[in-house]
Design a protein around this ligand. Structure first.
Ligand code: ADP
Length: 985
């Protein structure tokens, strides 16, 4: 069939693959190829590239444009798709015989460097992607680019691939010298690879091993554990990108990145270290992300720089009892070479920078980090712990990059010095939740129904930001659509739903779970619960057949689906693990409640204050939580991991909520349930009170402020799980603080629900500081119940967009207390300025609006000015780092003339010129309140400063105008400084 016809017939399928991933990368890679093969001209490309249009419009126009160019062009488009699409997506399409680009003979060889940039574009994008920063530095050094050009290329909203394209376009426009400099840079960074002794590049042995390793890695990463027994969906079918951010060090905000940046230059904190740390809470998708990375490497789609990738699971390494050398570790745990391993290992030693190790779940490694036994020699045998820690410290196999995943609180602080960069996985954004659910259900009608139901329950929707909960909800869509769907509020609710779902799937004819545990399920739950708890207390997550038998777990129990086979663990004996560690915590919690701990002492000890009862045990949750009657388990608790025990305790709180009493009462006497509930209530109240007592007395003149620790957030989450209003009220009744600081506490939408549930009961207004978290629009919505008691809300760097502001201001406008908001570094655009304007009009006691580093232009400033005109209370207005420009400043300055309270105004870095300065001069002339005006990093010339100086002659309130970084020569600065001391350059 002709290529034109293939294109025509598969239009729907092609549009789907080009648009459905939600990122523009596939389309842009196709465009790169078509540009390089002369199918598209530069003008065509400019029209089609996604930032200029929506993704789907671009894709449609591409198909139309190529169809109009004839058969050869259509064939080349199919060839480009063949190169770009992952295997699974190609499987459903017919791309004809024309795989690849035009025959080499038809391609004129480029005669200039600029032409090479053009014809090698796809390849150059890939090569430049991991080293944009270095390329820019080299080009600035050679004088080919300015630092201003670098800022343009490195716009944070662009992915590294997009930055690479921007770089190529920019260099192309600068002429032949710049193009040559860029090609020289690319050549320099590509080192030749030598095989030991022979000196040849890429010998057959290496390629053969690489092929074997790739296929073994691909096989291991093709399916997700959670889908093991419940369907046939592969990782390709379900993978949905989570929110990934990289730390920039110090106080700087985290910055969003893509999968391919995990090993790129961006966010490097220590370039001499080799460990990339990937942090995320339980269920945030760390294992899945690593699996995706493995799969893409195995398919040669990403991480091209790494010839060999060795994936390790720390839970499996924990079980390795033999002493090994690093060579044995690589080959026996990952993939054994078919030929002599020696030259291969030598190659690895010679080229550490081309080898990548990944360690999933360092928090699940049984032993804590110690520096006692360092191994430096790759041939030396040692315990797996010694090898692992030596590898992470870089004393063994220095230069090999490592990606390590862990939960934040479980990462050993003493390993921090070895971190090259730190990446945090923050779960799904609201759009990704929708995208994930669409991938789960092929029936669009059903998906819409599920989504509708989910969106109508905001508490549940906020839980779905945690991918593992999103997975549960997708599995239990029938329950969600049924009568119980609207009651789902907490973690525990969702886990009870999946428990019910799995049990009834296995035993459909038994009693519905809601009528109690008597329907024969109690035994299964107790046996799995005992095993789960035993595992948590000994940091054990993989269980052998023998262990299952020891705990009485039967084949039928296994068949319920909560335990899955751990295939690659050992060939000799079967091994099992829980579907997910949170599931293990849930079963352990069920056992703590339903097991034989009749006096509730295990429950009490979970929440027992540090140092009480058992002084030898460290933290709040390092307490034993198993019945004392089990002598076998005594002494193991010090190995237990605090984060997992905290998750378990959260479930214990939830299960003891009155809402679930009916479910438990048939398997546990009411008196025992009541006693345990009392223990939890007491433990939580004491925990919170202890926290409040630890607040230092305020220094005279300062507000009484509490900096919450992560433990505080956990206690609040437990109270939320109990869903007991009276208890929530009691717990904060005595809290008297003016400022509650929860910065960098991993607060997402789920935590916001819990905070609002409790804090709404505060008796006096508080400033709530949630800077540097991941609140997002959904989190803002969850916070609404407690905004009434907030006089200030600090939400710097929280991924908030216009929609979140709409919801917030709609409510806040009615709350007398609410006076200050800080939203520095979010995703706000002009669209939310009218909401702030309404807020300002309605609230004549509003004091501070700080909107720095967002995407506000003159249009937004004009909208805001409408509100400012009618407000007479605002004292602080911060618009640092937007794009207000002269027009916007003119509107603001005019509006502010009617305000007699404004003390502080920041317009730093807003493209303000002399016209803006002139408008501000008018404001200065009329204002008797303004004290500080920040105008640094703008483009004000001498003319603008003259306006300001003239205005200052009649103004006595202004104390300083900050003007560093404007369009003035050093001589002008010197002269102007003398004219009025209040000008600061
Ligand atoms: P973690 O390692 O952080 O505890 P996992 O990666 O094991 O979390 O995720 C738990 C489950 O959540 C997965 O088995 C999968 O069902 C779902 N999940 C997590 N991340 C993703 C993702 N990016 N795309 C699709 N599903 C995901």
């Amino acid at each position: 069939m002709s290529a034109c016809r293939l294109l025509q017939q598969q239009r729907v399928g092609l549009l789907q693959v080009l648009c459905s991933s939600g990122t523009a990368e596939i389309l842009e890679s196709v465009l790169d190829r078509l540009l390089a093969w002369d199918v598209l001209q530069w003008e065509d490309y400019q029209t089609l590239r996604p930032p200029n249009r929506s993704l789907c419009t671009s894709a449609r126009e591409l198909l139309d444009m190529v169809a109009s160019k004839g058969e050869e062009a259509c064939g080349l488009l199919l060839g480009a798709l063949d190169q770009v699409l992952p295997g699974a997506q190609k499987a459903s399409l017919s791309l004809g015989a024309s795989a690849g680009g035009p025959p080499l003979a038809d391609r004129p060889s480029p005669s200039t460097a600029s032409q090479t940039l053009w014809s090698e574009r796809p390849c150059l994008v890939v090569r430049l992607r991991p080293c944009i920063g270095a390329a820019l530095r080299a080009l600035v050094e050679s004088g080919s680019l300015t630092t201003y050009d670098c800022d343009e290329v490195q716009l944070p909203i662009n992915t590294p691939a997009q930055q690479a394209r921007r770089l190529l376009d920019l260099v192309g426009s600068k002429g032949e010298c710049a193009a040559k400099a860029l090609l020289q840079f690319v050549e320099r960074v590509e080192k030749p690879l030598k095989w030991p002794d022979s000196g040849t590049t890429f010998p057959a042995e290496l390629l053969q091993y690489q092929k074997k390793l790739r296929s073994s890695v691909a096989a291991q990463s093709h399916f997700l554990n959670t889908y093991g027994g419940t369907g046939s969906l592969s990782l390709d079918d379900v993978y949905t990108e989570g929110l990934l951010e990289v730390s920039q060090g110090g106080e700087e905000a985290q910055r969003p990145i893509g999968l391919e940046d995990i090993l790129g230059q961006v966010g490097t904190l220590n370039k001499d270290a080799d460990m990339v740390l990937l942090l995320g809470e339980a269920g945030s998708g760390k294992t899945t992300l690593l699996q995706r990375l493995h799969l893409l490497w195995a398919r040669e789609v990403t991480l091209e720089n790494w010839i060999l990738l060795f994936p390790f699971s720390c839970r499996r390494l924990s079980a390795e009892e033999q002493e090994l050398s690093v060579r044995d570790l690589l080959f026996s745990h990952c993939c054994w070479p078919d030929r002599d391993p020696e030259p291969l290992f030598q190659f690895i030693l010679d080229h550490p920078d081309r080898v990548l190790f990944t360690f999933d779940g360092l928090d699940e490694f049984r032993l804590r980090f110690t520096d006692e036994k360092r191994v430096c020699c790759p041939m030396q045998r040692a315990s797996v712990a010694a090898l692992l820690f030596s590898l992470l410290q870089g004393c063994l196999m220095q230069g090999v990059q490592k990606v390590v995943t862990s939960r934040p609180e479980a990462f050993d602080a003493s390993l921090r010095t070895y971190i090259r960069k730190e990446v945090t996985l923050k779960g799904f954004s609201p759009e990704r939740i929708d995208c994930f659910l669409r991938k789960q259900h092929r029936d669009p009608g059903l998906t819409s129904h599920v989504l509708q139901s989910l969106h109508s329950n905001t508490a549940l929707f906020s839980l779905c930001h945690v991918p593992v909960l999103c997975w549960i909800v997708s599995q239990c869509y029938r329950e969600l659509l049924g009568s119980e769907g609207s009651h789902l509020q907490t973690f525990t609710d969702v886990y009870i739903m999946i428990l019910q779902h799995f049990l009834q799937r296995r035993c459909p004819r038994r009693l519905p779970l809601a009528s109690g545990w008597a329907g024969g399920y109690a035994g299964v739950v107790l046996r799995l619960g005992r095993l789960a708890l035993r595992g948590l207390q000994t940091a054990c997550y993989v269980f052998s057949d023998g262990e299952l038998q020891r705990y009485g777990v039967t084949d039928n129990d296994v068949a319920t689906g909560f335990l899955i086979r751990s295939d690659s663990f050992s060939a000799l004996e079967k091994h099992y693990e829980f579907l997910h560690v949170t599931m293990q915590c849930f079963f352990a919690a069920l056992f703590v409640i339903l097991g034989d701990d009749a006096d509730g002492s295990a429950v009490f000890q979970l929440f027992c204050p540090r140092g009480r009862r058992r002084p030898s045990l460290a933290g709040v949750c390092s307490m034993p939580c198993l019945p004392h009657q089990d002598p076998e388990l005594k002494g193991h608790t010090s190995e237990a991991e605090r984060p997992n025990l905290q998750i378990m305790a959260t479930f214990v709180s939830g299960l003891l909520s009155q809402r679930h009493r009916i479910l438990l009462i048939q398997s546990c006497p009411a008196s025992v349930l009541d006693r345990k509930r009392q223990q939890v209530v007491r433990g939580l109240s004491r925990g919170i009170q202890r926290h409040f007592r630890s607040i230092p007395r305020p220094v005279q003149g300062e507000k009484k402020s509490m900096h919450a620790m992560p433990e505080f957030v956990w206690l609040i989450k437990c109270i939320y799980e109990m869903q007991d209003d009276a208890m929530a009220r009691r717990s904060v009744a005595k809290l008297k603080v003016e400022h509650l600081k929860l910065t960098y506490c991993n607060i997402g939408p789920v935590e916001c629900s819990a905070l609002a549930y409790v804090l709404q009961h505060l008796r006096s207004p508080v400033g709530l500081q949630l800077d540097y978290n991941c609140v997002g629009d959904v989190g803002v919505e969850q916070l609404l119940p407690c905004i009434r008691v907030c006089h200030s809300l600090y939400l710097r760097n929280n991924n908030i967009s216009d929609e979140g502001i709409r919801k917030l201001t709609e409510k806040a406008v009615h709350f007398e207390n609410f006076q200050k908001i800080a939203l520095f570094n979010n995703k706000l655009t002009d669209a939310c300025m009218m909401h702030f304007a309404e807020l300002l009009k309605a609230k004549q006691n509003f004091l501070a609006l700080r909107l720095g580093n967002n995407y506000i232009t003159a249009v937004g400033a004009e909208l805001l000015a409408e509100g400012l005109k009618e407000n007479s209370s605002l004292k602080y207005l911060g618009l640092w780092g937007n794009k207000i420009k002269d027009r916007g400043v003119e509107a603001l300055a005019k509006a502010l003339q009617s305000n007699c309270r404004l003390v502080w105004l920041s317009l730093v870095d807003n493209g303000v010129g002399s016209a803006g300065a002139r408008a501000l001069a008018q404001l200065i002339k009329t204002s008797q309140s303004l004290e500080e005006l920040w105008l640094s990093k703008n483009c004000i010339t001498r003319e603008g400063i003259e306006y300001l100086l003239e205005a200052l002659q009649t103004n006595t309130s202004v104390k300083a105008i900050w003007l560093k970084g404007n369009d003035l020569s050093p001589e002008e600065v010197e002269e102007l400084k003398q004219r009025d001391q209040r000008l600061t350059f």
